[in-house]
Write a protein that binds this ligand. Structure first.
Ligand SMILES: [Zn+2]
Length: 210
């Protein structure tokens, strides 16, 4: 069922907008005769598209311009993140430590952006450090763009590395434009949030990797 102004598909009741006392408008679908009520159309032409809800979020040195609705909708549809869908020992250990891995300011930032921090697009286990902590990296996406430092550092013809910004001695973050393994259907205008972290091995000791 579609509502809109496409000729032949939809007509306005009575040949024009029928406003009732609460300023809602009713549309009749010619296909199924369903009547849809559109709330609060007072003073607005029917051809006006709803304004996209783009939010600007200040985070440290960055300004993030975010389509929160689309970002949250996208993460809501994802059943599990990369660590859970992979299920290897390194991923299991990451998931076991997840609540402590993300600083509170990151959990709040991701909530504001519409990202579910339990659903990483991908994580990578780099190594077990000499201090016994395990070094991981990973990333998320949101729809929008950002102002401020891009963490991409080109290293040659096709290579690049990251210059991430430490938020603590165990967690660093950066922003760049990419869409690797993204949950978003439309890969345009995606910001890739890169992070790395150092965390303990807390699952069975005999499963620990180097
Ligand atoms: Zn894995």
């Amino acid at each position: 069922m579609q509502f809109g102004n496409m000729a032949g598909e939809v007509l306005l009741l009575g040949g024009s907008a029928r406003l009732n006392g609460s300023n809602s408008m009713e549309l009749l679908c010619l296909n199924c005769r369903h009547i849809a009520k559109l709330p609060d159309v007072s003073g607005k032409a029917m051809t006006t598209q709803p304004k996209e809800k783009i939010m600007t979020i200040k985070f440290r040195e960055w300004e993030l311009i975010v389509d929160r609705d689309l970002t949250k909708l996208t993460y809501d549809k994802v059943t599990m993140g990369s660590p859970e869908s992979c299920g290897c020992n390194d991923c299991k250990n990451f998931a076991d430590n997840r609540e402590n891995i993300y600083p509170e300011e990151i959990k709040k930032l991701f909530y504001d952006i519409g990202i579910d921090y339990k659903k990483e697009s991908e994580i990578c286990h780099y190594c077990r450090q000499s201090d016994g902590l395990h070094y991981y990296g990973g990333w998320f996406h949101f729809k929008g763009h950002f102002k401020g430092k891009d963490c991409t550092v080109p290293t040659g013809k096709n290579g690049y590395t990251f210059d991430l910004t430490p938020l603590s001695d165990k967690f660093s973050i950066g922003f760049r434009y990419d869409s690797a393994l993204t949950f978003f259907d439309d890969k345009e205008n995606l910001v890739q949030i890169e992070f790395d972290t150092k965390t303990s091995w807390t699952i069975e000791k005999e499963l620990e990797s180097e």
